[in-house]
Design a binder for this molecule. Structure first.
Ligand SMILES: *[C@@H]1O[C@H](CO)[C@@H](O)[C@H](O)[C@H]1NC(C)=O
Ligand SMILES: *[C@@H]1O[C@H](CO)[C@@H](O)[C@H](O)[C@H]1NC(C)=O
Ligand SMILES: *[C@@H]1O[C@H](CO)[C@@H](O)[C@H](O)[C@H]1NC(C)=O
Ligand SMILES: *[C@@H]1O[C@H](CO)[C@@H](O)[C@H](O)[C@H]1NC(C)=O
Ligand SMILES: *[C@@H]1O[C@H](CO)[C@@H](O)[C@H](O)[C@H]1NC(C)=O
Ligand SMILES: *[C@@H]1O[C@H](CO)[C@@H](O)[C@H](O)[C@H]1NC(C)=O
Ligand SMILES: *[C@@H]1O[C@H](CO)[C@@H](O)[C@H](O)[C@H]1NC(C)=O
Ligand SMILES: *[C@@H]1O[C@H](CO)[C@@H](O)[C@H](O)[C@H]1NC(C)=O
Ligand SMILES: *[C@@H]1O[C@H](CO)[C@@H](O)[C@H](O)[C@H]1NC(C)=O
Ligand SMILES: *[C@@H]1O[C@H](CO)[C@@H](O)[C@H](O)[C@H]1NC(C)=O
Ligand SMILES: *[C@@H]1O[C@H](CO)[C@@H](O)[C@H](O)[C@H]1NC(C)=O
Ligand SMILES: *[C@@H]1O[C@H](CO)[C@@H](O)[C@H](O)[C@H]1NC(C)=O
Length: 657
């Protein structure tokens, strides 16, 4: 006779367990060790029966969200006794119930491998630690399974983490001189980029590779025989070499839109474009007889290849390639980098120390500690800090800015290790505590801090509770201690304003973000980079200067592309020149810009041109394509943005203005 299975006792607060006794008996650890226990096959079969009755078409008693959490509960019970069975069970569950496409179900739930990006091991690790019936389950079933609505966010209050704000030291002092800082983001080098391949692909994933295709036959009327490709490259000395003509080797008549050697609007960049962008920066410095004090790189080195084509070796190779190219073209300045959501393997994952699975990811921390210290970008004594904070660190630059670098996978919704114990522990990675401690220390010293991270808090990819925590931190320490916030990830050139109150008046502006334009043209952007003129005293940005390249011109002109000045923020967003020359481009400046975007179509169109760097795909504000711009620029985090767009008054119809 079996006793009440131990497994049920592990699932508190649930009146009726989703794990039926037939299954929990099989999972019990009370089976004698004489080989009489159930076989794995029996357990899988019983689990599938349980899930099948849960998802039976006529089971309308419970909704999809409850079914999802019940599934997690069943999964948790199995993960604690038979973790090796989770992949098989969840691939089948996911496929049978069309939670995702069959291919994606396999990718998501298969055991981790080094040959393709799969996350079944991470999923199993996560299942063992979550409480399916708390917000853990709510958020998982919203973000990862799309079966629940976005839950109401539990209260987040970090105010006990710091001394109260001292309003009498809330003014910044400005200097009279400036220094220059480069900001570059999102290289996403596409190592398997192939000139001549399909850039108008219909496969679910990357175009411009040997495995890209368009499933439709090309119409005879579409004649692409005038396309040419060259095997161009940058040599050891960083000089451009127009390589030999490979048109005959690479041209394929069935391709709709052949990729040319510098890149395509639907693809990540070949290394040729990565090098072209970096060489344009090196030449800019030479031409202007200046060097940047330092550079910030806000992440994403690995491309958007299908997870099937993303593997461990390719991840490392992409990361090393981008870091090496940066060092090659910018040998004399430190590059302060953060990792993006693509800069890990499997995609998006990173395990906290507390999860007990950190060892799956330490190889990456060690790789970057080696590279950054080895390239002399960070002092040797930062090695342990980089490892402790999942490649995060804090460093004081020669110009006296303290740069705090954050690995945004610590708040990324696709990282399974973010879902454990969400109500009680807002800070599973210890990142928030690290930042706050650094800020309290800097405030006492009147030191100015920049925070750099890949994913901006306004983005859908930021988990809501972390988004709120960061808002509270930035509100507390701005504008006198935090004087700059820099991101990448969206591929668009954007900004956000942080306001003290919900009514978002200009006087209430506290801070702004800088979301960088990117080198990758994916999707439909011209490649670009920018630099900031920074006040020596306040470390506020006084002006920004963007540079870009007209990618469409390289489709026919196979020479080295020219990188052009695009705009400076002071001139572009203060068209009447009313902002004092001595005032920085701070939260107040950007709140004016946000107001203009709300009120005037011309300002919204300017912003739209810049989002795409004047590519052929710029959204036309007179055709209803810019209606959410105001909500984006006037929201600091995703929670505010969702609230903003839910109010019809904030959706701007420029045509009727
Ligand atoms: C659903 O249908 C099955 C037969 O397919 C039946 O045994 C079961 O009682 C039904 N359940 C509900 C809730 O109607
Ligand atoms: C508040 O700031 C002022 C001016 O910087 C300083 O003199 C004062 O000591 C601070 N107060 C506290 C409680 O730290
Ligand atoms: C891309 O391919 C689709 C068919 O798959 C076609 O409808 C579309 O016009 C093509 N676009 C270009 C720019 O070739
Ligand atoms: C495509 O155009 C070229 C001239 O640019 C011509 O020589 C060739 O015959 C055309 N091919 C087709 C299939 O029409
Ligand atoms: C051209 O592409 C088609 C479709 O991907 C492929 O079937 C064919 O083998 C290719 N032809 C050559 C010569 O590579
Ligand atoms: C370049 O700048 C340095 C100081 O930064 C100056 O000494 C030098 O004369 C300048 N060279 C040219 C060609 O302007
Ligand atoms: C959840 O987090 C709290 C606060 O960090 C901690 O005290 C508690 O032990 C955690 N619970 C679990 C189940 O991990
Ligand atoms: C500003 O206020 C904080 C909090 O009261 C205090 O710790 C810090 O020393 C003050 N900074 C300066 C420069 O006075
Ligand atoms: C904005 O809201 C705050 C707090 O609710 C209030 O103190 C302030 O007066 C409001 N400002 C305007 C212009 O309505
Ligand atoms: C921005 O700078 C102006 C001029 O120096 C100042 O009046 C304003 O308070 C500053 N705004 C913020 C949010 O720091
Ligand atoms: C600039 O000045 C013009 C003419 O006075 C005015 O119509 C426009 O609204 C102003 N623009 C901004 C952004 O202040
Ligand atoms: C490239 O795109 C821009 C913006 O649409 C357009 O003005 C320009 O004519 C295009 N150049 C070429 C060579 O197609």
């Amino acid at each position: 006779m079996l006793l009440l299975p131990a497994i049920l006792a592990l699932i508190p607060f649930v009146a009726a367990s989703a794990v039926p006794s037939e299954l929990s008996e099989l999972l019990s650890d009370d089976w004698p060790l004489n080989g009489k226990g159930p076989t794995d096959k029996q357990i899988v079969q019983q689990t599938m029966n349980t899930l099948e009755s849960l998802y039976k078409k006529n089971n309308t008693v419970i909704d999809a969200c409850t079914k999802c959490k019940s599934t997690l509960e069943i999964g948790k019970a199995i993960s604690l006794t038979k973790p090796e069975l989770i992949p098989e069970i969840f691939i089948k569950w996911c496929t049978d119930n069309k939670i995702a496409t069959a291919a994606n179900c396999k990718t998501i739930y298969s055991r981790n491998t080094i040959t393709a990006s799969r996350t079944g091991t991470d999923f199993t690790n996560m299942l063992q630690q979550i409480d399916p019936w708390s917000v853990d389950g709510d958020y998982l079933c919203y973000y990862k399974m799309s079966q629940c609505p976005l839950p109401e966010m539990p209260k987040v209050d970090l105010s006990s983490w710091w001394p109260p704000k001292n309003e009498s030291n809330a003014t910044l002092e400005y200097g009279t001189e400036t220094f220059n800082v480069l900001h570059i983001s999102d290289f996403h080098v596409e190592l398997d980029y192939l000139p001549g391949s399909e850039s108008n692909c219909t496969n679910n994933g990357m175009c411009c590779t040997g495995h890209s295709y368009n499933k439709n036959a090309k119409p005879a009327s579409l004649n692409t025989s005038s396309y040419e490709f060259f095997e161009s490259y940058y040599n050891e000395d960083g000089e451009f070499v127009k390589g030999h003509d490979i048109t005959n080797e690479n041209y394929n008549e069935s391709v709709w839109l052949p990729a040319t050697e510098f890149g395509s609007y639907t693809c990540d960049p070949p290394e040729l474009l990565v090098n072209s962008s970096l060489k344009s920066i090196a030449e800019f410095q030479k031409k202007n007889n200046m060097t940047f004090d330092f550079a910030i790189f806000t992440g994403d080195m690995v491309d958007h290849d299908e997870l099937e084509w993303t593997n461990y070796d390719m991840t490392i190779k992409s990361q090393e390639t981008v870091m090496r190219d940066l060092k090659k073209y910018l040998p004399d300045i430190p590059v302060f980098s953060v990792l993006g959501n693509h800069d890990t393997f499997p995609y998006g994952q990173i395990a906290s120390h507390a999860s007990g699975h950190e060892n799956l990811y330490t190889w990456n921390d060690e790789l970057f500690a080696d590279l950054w210290v080895g390239y002399d970008w960070l002092p040797f004594d930062h090695y342990e800090q980089i490892k402790k904070h999942y490649t995060g660190y804090s460093v004081v630059t020669k110009s006296g800015v303290k740069v705090i670098a954050v690995n945004s996978n610590t708040y990324y919704q696709k990282n399974y290790y973010s879902y454990n114990n969400m109500t009680d522990n807002i800070d599973p990675f210890g990142t928030l505590k690290f930042i706050v401690d650094e800020l309290v220390e800097s405030e006492a010293k009147n030191e100015k801090v920049w925070i750099i991270a890949h994913i901006p808090f306004v983005d859908y990819d930021t988990l809501p509770m972390q988004a709120e925590a960061y808002k509270q931190i930035v509100t507390r320490f701005s504008p006198t201690t935090i004087t700059g916030l820099f991101f990448g990830h969206t591929h668009q050139d954007q900004f956000n304003v942080l306001y003290a109150h919900d009514n978002k008046t200009i006087d209430d502006a506290i801070m702004n973000t800088w979301i960088d334009l990117t080198v990758t043209p994916l999707s439909h952007y011209n490649p670009g980079w920018r630099y900031y003129e920074v006040d020596t005293k306040s470390k506020n940005v006084m002006n920004s200067y963007n540079y870009y390249m007209k990618l469409n011109e390289t489709f026919t002109n196979h020479d080295e592309p020219e990188w052009l000045f695009e705009y400076s923020a002071r001139e572009a967003y203060d068209v009447n020149g009313t902002w004092p020359k001595t005032s920085p481009l701070n939260g107040t400046f950007w709140a004016h810009a946000a107001e203009n975007i709300k009120e005037e179509m011309s300002a919204a169109q300017t912003y739209s041109d810049f989002l795409y760097r004047k590519s052929p795909y710029v959204p036309d504000c007179s055709k209803g394509k810019c209606s959410t711009f105001y909500c984006y620029v006037s929201s600091f985090n995703i929670n505010e943005y969702n609230k903003c767009i839910a109010n019809k008054e904030n959706i701007i119809n420029y045509e009727s203005k």
